[in-house]
Design a protein around this ligand. Sequence first.
Ligand SMILES: *[C@@H]1O[C@H](CO)[C@@H](O)[C@H](O)[C@H]1NC(C)=O
Ligand SMILES: *[C@@H]1O[C@H](CO)[C@@H](O)[C@H](O)[C@H]1NC(C)=O
Ligand SMILES: *[C@@H]1O[C@H](CO)[C@@H](O)[C@H](O)[C@H]1NC(C)=O
Length: 462
Amino acid sequence: MAFKLGFVLPFIILLVCRTALSIDLTVGDADSTKKATSAIIKNTLTFYTGDKPGGTPGVLPKPYYWWQAGALWGGLIEYWSYTGDDTYNKLVTDALLFQIGPQKNFMPENVTKEEGNDDQAFWGFSAMTAAELKFPDPPRKMPSWIALAQGVFNSQVTRWDTSTCAGGLRWQIFFTNAGYEYKNVISNGAFFQLAARLARYTGNETYSDWADKMYDWMASTPNLGSDGQVNDGSNVAKNCTDTNHDQWTYNYGTMIMGSAYMYSIKKGSEQEKWKTRLSKHLEKFYSTFYPTKYANAPTSPNIMVEINCEEKRICNPDQTSFKAYTARWLAVTTQLAPFTASAILPKLRASAEGAARQCSGGDGGNWCGQNWNTGTWDGFRGVGEQMSALSAIGAPLIEKSAKPVTAKTGGTSEGDANAGLGGPTAVRMNRITNADRVGAALLTFLMILCIIGGALWMIVGD
Ligand SMILES: *[C@@H]1O[C@H](CO)[C@@H](O)[C@H](O)[C@H]1NC(C)=O
Ligand SMILES: *[C@@H]1O[C@H](CO)[C@@H](O)[C@H](O)[C@H]1NC(C)=O
Ligand SMILES: *[C@@H]1O[C@H](CO)[C@@H](O)[C@H](O)[C@H]1NC(C)=O
């Protein structure tokens, strides 16, 4: 009996220690989230030289592709929106505007010849997010955020390709690039999402007609399963009768986000149609990316896993960032389709907690790794890991944030009297209460237990 207790005690203590040491983030608390996310951004931007003399604004150095930088700026706009911290606003504005290109649609000369539709769309998303969150407008001589998003949309409409598969966008824009023969879900699904967001923002049905048309086309290929499954893409050589079954969070994410927007702007039986689609994608998403084998972890199975690469530790730099977009899109989905909130919010909170525990690595002890189920840093470090943690940790604040605006509900106008309403920019003042003091004392006690536990562990382990 005594032996058993001695054996079990260190486990109990270690479990408690783990929980006690994860207090860096109080999930959903504005102050605590701001501290955590601001530290993550500081580390992230050590990779960026575009704001330094001689650097090119907007781009990240190798091994990071152009598209991921575009997406990063969107993450920083979201950060500004939910914390009110405008430290990086100028850096973000400069970065986005430097890459708009001569047509003002994010096709800059340096990049265009290697650019895919999905790459362009991710920059378009950041501009769209800027408009929806009322990020400060660009200087007057520059195009507005919404105009940039429209520029991306309009240029992609011209690429709708009926020569194969009866429609859709190819992955690549130019036939010289590998991938021109592939009609992939992220390119088409990103167009779908952008169209749905433009439809809601502008009220112009041309966009929602395109979103409808795109979804129907995608559903006509094996890329969207009737059970809500979202695959990766089809080959034009097979007239899109094939599908690549790789499962990626962001492919689901973009279909979920676009469907939530369509749900929010439609009425009656059309709305019901989108509700069904959205629900099916979500159900399949939950069953695919929240493996139950982690059920013994403190808060699982609500922690998102990039199932195709994370556990095998083979995610490439692009793939490490997919959970960033997905976490954000899930969060926004709860605003536009509130019936999804009760299922999504616990997943956002658990993922935020898992991500925060993971951000404990490297020099400084706050670099983020990939696998949010491990409880501690898993040794990976990079822009994608940082972006995913940033987005996941910020996501639970969605409950306190205003919905994306539309042209009718605040638009892009500067100095709007409603700016900041809804809470996202309000930073809660922290008063030290008795409960805090008791908490601090308890924490000290637990820390001591941790040390004793560690020692005990070694003794018992021997
Ligand atoms: C294109 O590349 C050149 C050389 O690196 C750089 O000076 C220029 O600023 C880049 N332009 C854009 C829009 O990135
Ligand atoms: C390709 O598929 C579309 C429907 O998706 C069909 O209309 C068309 O005839 C097919 N083309 C060929 C060459 O099989
Ligand atoms: C709606 O958008 C389409 C496509 O950009 C445009 O041609 C049309 O003029 C717009 N309609 C209105 C009423 O703004």
